[in-house]
Design a protein around this ligand. Structure first.
Ligand code: AMP
Length: 228
């Protein structure tokens, strides 16, 4: 199944109850397949757009915040819930401040969002990121190193409700910082919902395969400065 930015922003994740261990595991969760993957998608959100369009929330946070670090395959398929390991918040106590700032929930308790991301995606990344702490701390480091907001600011595009840029300009800005274009999703007014940066198993940026596509039909993109 091809993973669409729009779909991933809108559908509720449904993790099947699983009991088998990695390797012996039969993955029954809808929309995902297998236990292997080729690379990571570093998926960040613009919280102001998310609160305007997706969740019932208010925010003035002008940062791209984490949705997830998702093991993904070149053909667009992806594994999920690869072990029966459960999320343990104590394991990430040392990075809780950064988690609350850069991986906030816009929809209820943060721990529920983190648990969803870890059990669904993090458990599939254990060949590269063997512990829960390594999964979350590496995701935060990647967000900071390949931050779309920094790339856009360097190119002269800043949060604004009125000054925008094209998808081509978005990709040129990301390429100038990361070495490679990314993918972006937006709402019908062009407000950015999410971005996806492709990251190799060596934790370096890489060219996105053709299955990672923009989901944005508006001709002008905005990183809105405030809810409107
Ligand atoms: P995923 O299954 O990893 O594609 O994530 C989708 C799930 O994450 C859905 O249930 C969304 O409602 C939820 N979600 C996405 N972003 C956030 C957020 N910032 N806060 C809380 N839940 C979120």
């Amino acid at each position: 199944m091809i993973r669409s930015l729009t779909i991933s922003a809108a559908i509720a994740g449904a993790s099947a109850a699983v009991s088998a261990l990695r390797g012996a595991h039969v993955n029954t969760t809808a929309g995902c397949t297998g236990n292997t993957y080729d690379f990571f998608l570093l998926v960040t959100q613009w919280p102001i757009t998310q609160c305007m369009d997706v969740f019932s929330c208010t925010t003035s946070q002008q940062d791209f915040t984490m949705h997830g670090l998702w093991p993904n395959n070149v053909d667009g398929s992806y594994p999920c819930t690869c072990t029966n390991e459960q999320f343990n918040q104590n394991a990430i106590a040392s990075i809780l401040t950064q988690m609350n700032t850069f991986w906030p929930s816009l929809n209820g308790a943060a721990a529920s969002f983190w648990a969803h991301e870890y059990t669904k995606h993090g458990t599939c990344a254990e060949d590269v990121l063997p512990t829960e702490l390594s999964y979350f701390s590496t995701a935060l480091k990647l967000r900071s190193a390949y931050d779309p907001l920094a790339a856009l600011a360097t190119a002269g595009y800043n949060p604004s409700n009125t000054q925008g840029f094209s998808v081509a300009e978005f990709n040129a800005a990301l390429k100038a910082q990361n070495g490679f274009a990314a993918a972006v999703s937006c709402d019908s007014s062009g407000n950015i919902l999410e971005t996806q940066v492709c990251i190799g198993k060596n934790l370096q940026p890489m060219a996105c395969p053709a299955s990672v596509t923009n989901s944005c039909s508006a001709s002008t993109l905005y990183i809105p400065a405030s809810m409107h």
